[in-house]
Every structure is written in structure tokens, then in C-alpha cells.
Ligand binder design. Structure first.
Ligand SMILES: Cc1cc2nc3c(=O)[nH]c(=O)nc-3n(C[C@H](O)[C@H](O)[C@H](O)COP(=O)(O)OP(=O)(O)OC[C@H]3O[C@@H](n4cnc5c(N)ncnc54)[C@H](O)[C@@H]3O)c2cc1C
Ligand SMILES: NC(=O)c1ccc[n+]([C@@H]2O[C@H](COP(=O)([O-])OP(=O)(O)OC[C@H]3O[C@@H](n4cnc5c(N)ncnc54)[C@H](O)[C@@H]3O)[C@@H](O)[C@H]2O)c1
Length: 473
């Protein structure tokens, strides 16, 4: 069958990576098609970054008011209406999806709704081909064949599961299903103390749900600085969460309507619901990438070369390549892939200083490597720190738990780590201090001394950390 239409670039997946690539390619004058089987906006808009933050944002005042109650400065009770919060969240997500679709069309991008599958790669000067199957109202499938000059695969990821540890849609839910519940469970077991587990546990605890969190590694947020995990544990345990770390789960299942978790040592936990938040898996099955010469690693991460190529004229960006599972990483990779495909750059992809945050009333923020990672890589890092208890804004809010830690190598900032209320707001400044991206290098203490930090701000805690003595690790 001959393709019905050909495009200079076809992008498979309309999440943050795919839509950024589509806009950038169209702005360069390429003919562009974007193919998505689900809602435009991808995981980020429909079941990830945005809905979680809408729920956290809507309830953010509660922990602050609770703190004022403990300080005897307030009294009373606030109750949230979860169905109303859900309606508002769904309206906002739908509106944003529609706005995205309009912007794509206004930019001249052809949007195809359906499942994409590569049917052939490029042969010499010929085009590659992609089949898009879309279900019709009468139950039949309609297939459209499209020709491509360059293909960008941005198909993202889905929740991970393991044998004996899988969401069943009854009491054991993945993050997508838990995000839509309209009744807060009286108790929730969260398996996985990473970003999703912590953010969703924080939200449900505000609705009065009793939280038990089970993390297989030795601490919460195990990829972060050890002191971040320790602080999270201390604060959340004080708020009544039960926290198990370093314990192996044997099984998790719905029994008589409840979620029942059994540890390998035989101990059992029961709760109204359980959230399985143990990482993500690449959405690369059935796309036909192997036939193009691409290599899939482990559960299907698409291997990319130093220029984010999976095969000749084929790029893989965002979650699906497994480099960094963050929306802004997908966006950054998309910008590079389009520049590279258009011949505007030939230098290898550089992720630069990647910012990352975990949100909640206690937040974690990091740019660059941790001191431990640098030490393991053979550097001799030094650290300086400030404690939030000494910061006037943290005192004003009564949110004084936490710290900011600066990681130095040879007198320059290589990384910044923080935990505490509102520290995510410092992340972009921290990224600038740590050298941004590419060949830029981190600031010295002298450079930082030339910046005026407004008073009183949380930013001053960053200034205080930079001015504090630097100690070896
Ligand atoms: C609960 C949760 C909270 C999160 N919070 C944050 C956060 O606060 N900050 C942050 O940076 N990141 C966050 N993330 C991660 C972020 O959502 C992802 O890193 C980001 O969405 C990845 O973008 P992507 O473009 O690579 O893929 P995705 O957003 O996953 O989009 C991929 C798209 O491809 C489509 N697709 C897949 N296969 C096919 C096919 N064969 N044919 C057609 N279409 C296909 C899918 O339908 C989807 O729309 C969160 C994730 C979750 C689950
Ligand atoms: N704020 C943000 O930027 C944000 C928010 C949510 C998600 N995300 C992204 O989404 C991705 C997925 O999030 P996630 O929280 O599912 O993954 P994650 O990798 O952040 O955390 C998963 C946790 O589950 C633990 N785990 C794995 N198997 C286990 C088991 N059998 N028993 C107990 N614990 C187990 C891991 O040790 C890990 O700490 C992350 O990589 C993150 O980058 C980002």
C-alpha cells in the first residue's frame, strides 16, 4: 500500500517530548504529523505531573494551617470535597488538552489519533512508513499509512509491575487509577517511596487517610542524598505515617475488598487501598522499532546513541529511552533532536544540570550529582549547608524542618540538594548556580557573593549555604 500522505517528520507520542518536537519542527518549516493513541499531553498532562499538582495545590493550605494550629495561632477544621476537587482537576486537564490540540493545529501540525506502528524504515532516499490504526464508531479499525523522512519516537512509559506485585484495579491501584478515586480510603498502603509514592501519600494524608509506606531500599527517596531520606522519614513519621524501609514485599492483592500486603518475613498489612508506585516501564512494545535496527534494553528501553538516535533517521526521546524520566528532560531532548535532525547541531546531546523535585508540603529538590555520587566517581567533593530553621521565611510559615546543601568540587558548585517546605521554588536558581547546561561551569563562592538576595526570602537559605564553611565528605 502506498502512504496516503508523507511528512518531513512524524512524531509518535504526544506527551511533553512529542509535542515539543512537533512545535519546534513546524517552526522550522518542516511538514509535521503527530500521532497519539490516547489523550494529547501524554502522561504528564493526563495522569502525571499536572493532575498530581492540581490535587496537591488545591489542598496545600491545610498542612500550613495545621502547623499554625499546633503553634496555637489558629483553630477549626477544614474538610475537602474530593469529588469537587476531581471535577476541577478533570475540567482543567480537559481544557488544557483542547488548548494544546488547537495550538498544534494552528501551527500547521497534522494530528492523527490512533495507535502508531512502523511498517518500514528508510531505504536510500525513500521514505519510511508508519501505519496508524484508529478504532471507528462501528467497531472496525481504520488504518492510515503515512510516509516519514525523520521519525521521532516519544511514546513514554507506563506503571511498572512485577510478578506478585501488580495493580488489579480493585483495592490495588496504580497511580493512574488512584488519581481518579472520588472517595478517600480510610487507609492506604503505598509500595514505593519514590516521587510518585511520596507525592500521592502526602495528598491522601491531607484527606485524613492513614498512610503506610513500604520502600524496598534502605530509605525514602533512595536516589537522593541520604540526609534527604532521613528528614522525610523523621517529619512524616511525626505526622503519623508508618514507614517500612529495606523490607521485601512477597505479595500484594485484594482480599475481601481490602488491599493485603505480605512481607517476605510473613508479616501482613491490610488497608482500604494500596498504591503500587515502583517505577515505570517503557511504552515501546509493538511499535516495530527492532525491524529498523533499534536495540531495546531490559523491559524495552530504546537504546540511543550520543545524538539520541535509535536507528538511522529515527530518534527516541523522553521516558521511552530511559535516560531521565521527567517531563522537562523529554522537552530538552525534543529540542535537541529537532535541531540535530535539521542539521543545526552535530555535537552530542548534553543533558546539562538536570533539575528534579519531589512535591508535597515537604519538598525535595536537587540539581547535579550528590556528594556521594561524586565521591564514588573519584572526585573529592566538599559540602556546605544551611538549616531552614535559621531562615526568617521558614520561621514565618512554621516550616523550619529541612536544609540546603551545596556540593563543591575545586571551589565550584557542582550540585545543590534541599529538603523542606517550598524548596522546589529554588530549583532553577540552583541549576544556574551549578552551571546550567553544556560547557558552562558552576559558580564560585565569590561569584555568588555578587548577587543581591532579597530579604526576607527562602532564597537567603541558599545564600547562607553558599557562605557556610565547606567541609570534606
Ligand atoms: C503520577 C506521576 C507524576 C509525575 N510528576 C512529574 C513531575 O512533577 N515533574 C516531571 O518532570 N515529571 C513528572 N512525571 C513524569 C512525566 O510525566 C514523564 O516524564 C513525561 O510525561 C514523559 O514524557 P514523554 O513525552 O516521554 O512521554 P509521555 O508523557 O508518557 O507521552 C507518551 C505518549 O505517547 C503515546 N503513545 C505511546 N505509544 C503509542 C503508540 N504506539 N501509538 C501512538 N501513541 C502512543 C501515549 O498515549 C502518550 O500520550 C510524573 C509521572 C507520573 C506517572
Ligand atoms: N516530581 C516529579 O518530578 C515526579 C513525580 C512523580 C513521578 N516522577 C517520575 O516518574 C518516575 C516514576 O515514579 P515512581 O515513584 O514510580 O518511581 P521511582 O523510581 O521514583 O520510585 C520507585 C520506588 O519504588 C521502590 N521499589 C521498587 N520495587 C519495590 C518493591 N518491590 N518493594 C518496595 N519498594 C520498591 C524503589 O526502590 C523506588 O524507591 C520517576 O522516575 C520520576 O522521575 C517525577
Amino acid at each position: 500500500m502506498t502512504p496516503s500522505t508523507r511528512y518531513d517528520m512524524i512524531i509518535l507520542g504526544g506527551g511533553p517530548g512529542g509535542s515539543r518536537a512537533a512545535f519546534d519542527a513546524a517552526a522550522r518549516g518542516l511538514s509535521v504529523a503527530l500521532v497519539d493513541r490516547d489523550g494529547l499531553g501524554g502522561t504528564c498532562l493526563n495522569r502525571g505531573c499536572i493532575p498530581t499538582k492540581l490535587l496537591l495545590g488545591a489542598t496545600a493550605a491545610l498542612p500550613l494551617l495545621e502547623t499554625q494550629k499546633k503553634l496555637k495561632g489558629a483553630e477549626g477544621h477544614i474538610a475537602f470535597d474530593l469529588p469537587a476537587l476531581q471535577q476541577r482537576k478533570d475540567r482543567y486537564v480537559k481544557g488544557t488538552r483542547q488548548a494544546l490540540e488547537k495550538r498544534l493545529k494552528a501551527a500547521g501540525i497534522a494530528v492523527y489519533a490512533g495507535e502508531g506502528r512502523v511498517t518500514s524504515g528508510r531505504q536510500g532516499d525513500g521514505d519510511g512508513e508508519l501505519a496508524v490504526s484508529a478504532a471507528q464508531a462501528d467497531g472496525t479499525e481504520q488504518e492510515t499509512r503515512l510516509g516519514w523522512g525523520t521519525l521521532i519516537v516519544a511514546t513514554g512509559s507506563t506503571p511498572a509491575s512485577f510478578p506478585g506485585l501488580a495493580a488489579d484495579g480493585a483495592a490495588v491501584l496504580d497511580s493512574t487509577a488512584l488519581l481518579d478515586v472520588t472517595e478517600a480510603p480510610e487507609s492506604l498502603i503505598v509500595v514505593g517511596g519514590g516521587a510518585i509514592g511520596l507525592e500521592m501519600a502526602d495528598f491522601f494524608s491531607r484527606l485524613g487517610t492513614r498512610i503506610t509506606i513500604v520502600e524496598g531500599m534502605g530509605r525514602l527517596a533512595p536516589t537522593e542524598d541520604a540526609e534527604v531520606g532521613d528528614t522525610l522519614r523523621k517529619v512524616y513519621a511525626r505526622e503519623g505515617w508508618t514507614i517500612h524501609t529495606g523490607r521485601k514485599v512477597a505479595s500484594l492483592a485484594t482480599v475481601d475488598g481490602n488491599a493485603v500486603l505480605r512481607f517476605e518475613d510473613g508479616e501482613e498489612l491490610t488497608a482500604g487501598k494500596a498504591l503500587l508506585a515502583v517505577g515505570r516501564r517503557p511504552a515501546s512494545a509493538g511499535i516495530g522499532l527492532e525491524a529498523l535496527g533499534a536495540t531495546l534494553r531490559g523491559p524495552g528501553w530504546v537504546q540511543t546513541d550520543e545524538c539520541l538516535r535509535a536507528a538511522p533517521h529515527v530518534y527516541a526521546i523522553g521516558d521511552v529511552n530511559g535516560r531521565t524520566l521527567l517531563a522537562h528532560a523529554a522537552d530538552h531532548q525534543a529540542r535537541y533532536a529537532v535541531r540535530h535532525a535539521c542539521g543545526d547541531t552535530a555535537t552530542p546531546y548534553d543533558a546539562g544540570v538536570m533539575p528534579a523535585c519531589i512535591y508535597g508540603h515537604l519538598e525535595a529538590m536537587r540539581v547535579g550529582p550528590t556528594a556521594e555520587e561524586l565521591k564514588n566517581a573519584g572526585f573529592s567533593p566538599r559540602v556546605s549547608r544551611s538549616m531552614l530553621i535559621a531562615n526568617p521565611i521558614a520561621q514565618a510559615y512554621g516550616t523550619t524542618q529541612g536544609f540546603i546543601k551545596i556540593v563543591w568540587v575545586d571551589g565550584r558548585i557542582r550540585g545543590v540538594t534541599a529538603v523542606g517546605h517550598g524548596v522546589s521554588h529554588l530549583v532553577t536558581l540552583a541549576a544556574v548556580l551549578a552551571g546550567g547546561s553544556g560547557t558552562a561551569v558552576g559558580w564560585t563562592a565569590h561569584d555568588a557573593g555578587n548577587v543581591i538576595f532579597a530579604h526576607p526570602t527562602l532564597d537567603e537559605a541558599l545564600e547562607a549555604a553558599m557562605e557556610a564553611p565547606q567541609e570534606p565528605v
